[in-house]
Every structure is written in C-alpha cells, then in structure tokens.
Design a protein around this ligand. Structure first.
Ligand code: CO
Ligand code: ZN
Length: 339
C-alpha cells in the first residue's frame, strides 16, 4: 500500500471512559493498570509489572526495539493534616493551580467524596492552598479518621461526557495517551520488537518512565501524551488547535525532538494523509524528557493530543485528533526501517 485516505476507525470509547474515571493519582495507578492489563493481554507476548508499578506489554519481533510510553497517573491532592473539626488540609500531587480548586468535588480511593472549601478572603487574588480545605462531611477529627488518613490521595471529580466530536473528562491527561497506545497495539502489523510501557508517576518528574526505559533499553521511543492549544479566547499564543490533527512535538521543556525523528513522523503522517500539526509547548514536558536521557541516549519523539484546560477536572480533547494519533502511531511502528 503506498497511499491511502485518512479513514477514521471505530473506537471503543467505553474503554476510554473507564480509563478516565479510574482512580490513579501518581503512585496509586493500580486500578488503571488493571483495566489496561485486561485489554492488552490478547495482543502481546509478555506482560510484566515492575517494582514501581509500570505495566510493560511486549511483542516479539525481528526489527528495531521500539518503546511506546503513555502515563497512567493523574493530577491529584494528598491529605497533610486533619483538624479538630474534621476538615482536611492538603498538598497537590503534580501541577494544579489553587485557583482552579474551590468548590470542586474530590474522591478518595475508597470511593468516599468531599468538596473543597475556601476560607473567607480579603481579596480574590489571595487564593492559595493554605486557604483551601476539604470537607468530607465529618464533624470531628475522629469521625474523619474513619474514612481518611494522612498521606491518602484524592482525585478531582470530572465525569466523562461526549459532546459532538469532543470529549471532556478528568484525567484525559494521561489516559488518552494510554488509550491511543492500546488502540495502536491492537491494530499495528509491525514486525519490530515492541514494548508498550504504561508508566507511573509522570506528573511528579516522570519517575516511572525513567526505570521503564532503562529496563527496556529500546532503539527508539515514541511517547503519547496531551499538549495545550492556542485556540481559545485569550489563550497564550500557540499554533496548536483542537481538531486540527495529532501534534508532532518539536520542542517542550523536557525535549528538543531530534530533527530526523521529527521529519520521519511528519513524512509518515503526510504519506497516509493523517491530519497533523507541529507543536512547540513553552511549558511542561512528557515522559520523553527522561527516556531520551537513558543509558547512552535514546532517540525519542512525541505524539501529542491537543487538549484544552489541561490539569483541570474538565480537560477537553477532539475525537479526530485522537484517531489521527492512533493511525500515526500504528504506521510509525510499522515503518521505522529508514531511521
Ligand atoms: Co500532565
Ligand atoms: Zn500528561
């Protein structure tokens, strides 16, 4: 096959919904890993969980060893203190701005919920974590301690909703990448040796990817994660738009994509008429940032899913961008001979 039109495939969005709604703060990704495990078993030759909790699905092959990485964790909160009235104080796990948090609902691993309250402020610009507390419906410290303890993590509630071709949910940062990786693993006819790493703790300095990349020691790595967009009112200037295709990363805070990787990714997208856009992200990074620095250096590229409201409980992505990412990843895995 030399050339073909980009034809959107049929996707199992119920799986994406389950992935997004699962509980998975950095360091507690087991629930997400269990969903992925059940899904990828029929498509790989070997499936291992390492000591950190990374899930690595490998497929035998004769060509290059290609690692695909997507992170399972999501931004979350962690309990630091419980006061005499049963209110919880907390820190953030990953980057969350305090001003996005008042009056959000939060969920503990045991399914119990709370809401985030805000102390009375003199000026609204004063919102920071020290002014916020979580109310879990308890009226004393003892009562609170029956459902929560110091060091417990809470995720932000954010239901999965489809609106036209857009999807909004919590945890799309992370899980949409896992979903793209799973769907590519199911579809690809690659003869290369493949290792799909579903990583832990990306939101806290990409810790899972570090050990996964070392253990896998691939010839090449492709990471799937979200990026920001510049197409909303008052947004920072950025070329990426929602719905304009999969992002091919040129640069972010953690990675300067090697020119040959960037060219190969763009050329492959062009060959199969896959909608794509080059991406420069001025802040933030992905697992590729640490994978590229593993051992003697591993050439790495990133497929970015444009997302609005990243690191809030209502992240928004476009189905066509996601589908373009699946197609591009599938093709890249099959065609890396020229690298
Ligand atoms: Co993130
Ligand atoms: Zn991410």
């Amino acid at each position: 096959m030399t050339s073909q039109e980009f034809v959107p495939d049929v996707f199992n969005y119920t799986l994406l919904n389950r992935l997004c709604q699962a509980y998975g703060p950095s360091g507690s990704e087991e629930e997400v890993a269990a969903i992925i495990k059940a899904e990828v078993v029929p498509y790989c030759d070997k499936l291992v969980s390492d000591s950190m909790g990374n899930l690595i699905a490998s497929r035998n092959g004769s060509g290059k060893k290609v690692m695909v990485a997507a992170h399972m964790d999501e931004i979350a909160l962690m309990v630091t203190y419980i006061d005499e009235s049963g209110f919880l104080r907390f820190i953030v796990i990953g980057e969350i701005e305090a001003r996005y948090l008042p009056y959000r609902r939060v969920i503990l691993q045991n399914g119990k919920m709370g809401t985030i309250g805000l102390e009375r402020l003199e000026k609204s610009t004063e919102i920071d974590l020290s002014k916020l507390y979580i109310d879990i419906g308890a009226s004393s410290r003892a009562e609170a301690e029956q459902v929560v303890g110091i060091g417990d993590a809470l995720i932000l509630e954010g239901a999965y909703v489809e609106v036209g071709k857009r999807i909004m949910s919590k945890a799309l940062d992370g899980r949409i990448g896992c979903f793209v990786a799973i769907e590519a693993l199911k579809r690809t006819k690659s003869t290369n040796e493949l290792a799909f790493a579903f990583t832990v703790q990306e939101e806290v300095a990409m810790r899972g990817a570090r050990v996964a990349a070392y253990a896998i020691s691939p010839d090449l790595a492709l990471v799937v994660d979200v990026t920001r967009t510049g197409d909303t009112p008052g947004a920072a200037r950025m070329e990426v738009s929602l719905g304009a295709g999969v992002g091919i990363k040129a640069f972010d805070h953690s990675l300067v994509t090697p020119p040959n990787i960037k060219r190969w990714m763009s050329a492959t997208a062009d060959r199969y008429s896959i909608p794509c856009q080059l991406e420069v992200l001025e802040q933030g990074g992905t697992d590729a940032g640490v994978i590229q620095l593993t051992k003697g250096g591993i050439p790495s590229g990133v497929l970015s899913i444009p997302a609005r409201q990243v690191h809030t409980p209502t992240e928004v992505v476009d189905k066509q961008d996601m589908e373009a990412a699946v197609t591009l990843l599938t093709k890249l895995l099959e065609e890396n001979e020229d690298l």
